[in-house]
Structures are given as structure tokens and as C-alpha cells.
Design a protein around this ligand. Structure first.
Ligand SMILES: Cc1cc2nc3c(=O)[nH]c(=O)nc-3n(C[C@H](O)[C@H](O)[C@H](O)COP(=O)(O)OP(=O)(O)OC[C@H]3O[C@@H](n4cnc5c(N)ncnc54)[C@H](O)[C@@H]3O)c2cc1C
Length: 314
């Protein structure tokens, strides 16, 4: 069986691509580790997806998946992809072999990568050791475990401020540590944080080490102005310093920028390898949202349809 298209990723980018592929009657397989992507990790409200003034990420994801499952020409598979490789098919066409971590190989005439991003680690001493023992990357997943405890959020951007506001509902005290001399969160988030008497912001803080016994007990940071090493007694630390794209499995087939994001043609979402497209947070691009990932998923499929038709592959 050779698919016309394999979509890798079940977040807003991949799911939208799947819906459009179904509408175009493209024989498609959507493969994903799990459905929902980053939005499924957001149990708090999403207030900026058109048509839904307020909805949780989990509810929105359920609606996306329900919509995807209406598409007759789209099969769904739960698996992690390890490798994508082009090869010359018996018919002299350029196809792709997609390999899962279970070593299953699947053939397709085109591929859309929409594997989004994972949280970026801080790379401070002790961070890895205490993952799941006080160090976390998703407040909506683990935050409620820190009821009446003291937590630190590392990162003073929107994600850090939103995490801080979420944690203020549970924790007795929340520190937000920002590496730069000023925070990067937007004004609305800054105003909301100011209203909370539980949240304290510390700027110019470079986190150096996390210490504890079985669980986290202390965080050490360098005050970048005085160069003094200071410590905070905390029970939990959430890292909110951005994300890193899940793109390692296409090395060699695409060009990356310095953040390992895929460079695409923004008209067609094509990569440098013919037949290989990318959509959503995996791509170079400053503004990463559910609606932008969905938009890229739509455009990538329409470009795949043209690619298959022009190359007489349909
Ligand atoms: C805490 C938080 C809050 C946010 N809040 C908002 C908000 O309020 N509004 C908004 O618009 N945006 C918000 N965003 C951003 C938004 O969630 C992302 O921009 C969007 O989810 C990107 O979609 P995507 O499909 O590109 O990638 P993702 O959502 O990251 O989905 C990637 C998918 O690929 C799968 N995958 C990854 N690697 C593999 C592999 N090797 N093999 C198979 N499958 C794989 C994953 O399982 C996942 O299903 C938020 C993000 C975070 C982290």
C-alpha cells in the first residue's frame, strides 16, 4: 500500500492538514504519538481560537479529532516516527519511506511534517535529576500537586506569566524568574500578575542549580547585576523558557535555522526536498499559535494536492 500523503503529527497543524486532505480525497495516513499536541496540555482556557470565546485546550482538541475522524480517506495511526527517507520507487517516482520506532515502514508519495515542539530544557545542574520530583514543564499537568507549596517558574515571557497565574490558584507562593533585566510577557499578563499578592518577579536571574534530597528543595541563581549567588527554598520548579521543535528525524532532508526550525517556502510550505512539506510550530516563524498552525496545515495540503497533480502522482 502506497499512500498519497503521510501527515506526521496530531496537533492543530496535523489535524487540520488531515481534514483538508480528506476533503481533497487524497489517500492519507495521519501518524501521531498522541493527539492534541501542545493544546491538549493546556487545561486552562483558550480564548483566541475563532468561534470559541472560551474553551479548554482539551475540549478544543476533542472537537478537532472528532472533525478529523469524519474524513473517509484519512486513516489514523498512533506511533512515533523515527525516520523519513526519500527513495526511488519501482515506477521511477520519488517516494518516501517513513519508519516508526517499532521499525514498521510505510510508503508515501508525499509527507507533511507537523510534529510541533517540546519544552526547551534549562540545562541547569540538577534539572534532569529532579524531573518528576519537583521539576516540571507543564503546570496544567502537574501544578495541582503543589497545593499550598512554594514554586518557582523559570521564564518571564507569556508562558511563564500564564504558568505563574495558574500556579497562584494552588501554591502559597510563586516566584517568576526572568533571565533578562525586564520581563517579556504582554501587558495584560503583567497586569494580571500585579494583582496577585502571591507572585513575586525576580529579574536578571540566571538559574544555576537545583538541589534537593528525594524531591526538590532549593534553587540557586546568579543575580546578574550583583553577581551574587542567591537561593530560594522551593518545592517545585516549572521551566517555561520556550520550546524546541521535534525535527531531528528529517535531518539532511530540510534546512534548519539556528533554533532547529524548518525553513519552508511560505507560499507552499514546501521544504528543499520535493514532496516533503512542513506545517505549524516546526517551521521558522515568529508567531506560533493554534490558528497559525491550523492555517499552515491547510495551505500545506493544498500545495501537496498541486504537487501530486502536477507530477501526475494522483
Ligand atoms: C502552555 C501553552 C499554552 C498555549 N496557549 C495557547 C493559546 O491560548 N492559544 C493559541 O493559539 N496557542 C497557544 N499555545 C500554542 C499552541 O498550542 C501551538 O502553537 C500549537 O499547538 C502548534 O501546533 P502544531 O500542530 O504545530 O504542534 P503541536 O501542538 O506541538 O503538535 C505536534 C504533534 O506531533 C506529535 N509528534 C511529535 N513528534 C512526533 C513523532 N516523531 N512522531 C509522531 N508524532 C509526533 C505530537 O504527539 C503532537 O500530537 C500554547 C502553547 C503552550 C505550550
Amino acid at each position: 500500500m502506497i499512500y498519497d500523503l503521510i501527515i506526521i503529527g496530531g496537533g492543530p497543524g496535523g489535524i487540520t492538514a488531515g481534514i483538508y486532505a480528506g476533503r481533497q480525497r487524497i489517500k492519507t495516513l495521519l501518524v501521531t504519538k498522541e493527539f492534541g499536541g501542545q493544546m491538549a496540555k493546556k487545561a486552562t482556557e483558550i480564548c483566541n481560537f475563532p468561534g470559541f470565546p472560551s474553551i479548554t485546550g482539551i475540549e478544543l482538541m476533542e472537537k478537532f479529532v472528532e472533525h478529523l475522524k469524519c474524513q473517509q480517506d484519512v486513516e489514523i495511526k498512533t506511533a512515533e516516527i523515527l525516520k523519513v527517507e526519500p527513495f526511488d520507487s519501482a515506477q521511477g517516482k520519488k517516494n518516501f519511506i517513513v519508519t516508526t520506532t517499532e521499525n514498521e515502514t510505510i510508503e508515501s508519495k508525499s509527507v507533511i511534517i507537523s510534529t510541533g515542539a517540546d519544552p526547551r530544557p534549562l540545562e541547569a545542574k540538577g534539572e534532569k535529576e529532579f524531573i518528576g520530583k519537583g521539576v516540571g514543564y507543564c503546570v496544567t499537568c502537574d501544578g495541582p500537586l503543589f497545593k499550598n507549596k512554594v514554586v518557582a517558574i523559570v521564564g518571564g515571557g507569556n508562558a511563564g506569566f500564564e504558568a505563574g497565574l495558574f500556579m497562584a490558584r494552588y501554591a502559597s507562593k510563586v516566584y517568576i524568574l526572568e533571565f533578562g533585566s525586564s520581563v517579556k510577557a504582554d501587558l495584560q499578563n503583567q497586569e494580571d500578575v500585579k494583582k496577585s499578592d502571591k507572585i513575586e518577579i525576580i529579574t536578571s536571574a540566571s538559574v544555576k542549580e537545583i538541589k534537593g534530597e528525594v524531591f526538590v528543595k532549593e534553587l540557586f541563581y546568579e543575580d546578574q547585576i550583583s553577581k551574587e549567588i542567591k537561593n530560594l527554598k522551593v518545592d517545585g520548579i516549572f521551566i517555561e523558557i520556550g520550546s524546541q521543535p521535534s525535527t531531528s528525524f528529517v535531518s539532511g532532508l530540510v534546512d534548519f535555522n539556528e533554533r532547529d526550525e524548518i525553513k519552508v517556502d511560505f507560499e507552499t510550505f514546501a521544504t528543499k526536498t520535493p514532496g516533503l512539506f512542513a506545517a505549524g510550530d516546526v517551521n521558522v516563524g515568529k508567531y506560533k499559535q493554534i490558528v497559525t498552525a491550523a492555517g499552515e496545515g491547510c495551505k500545506a495540503v493544498l500545495a501537496v494536492y498541486d504537487y501530486l497533480r502536477i507530477n501526475k502522482l494522483l
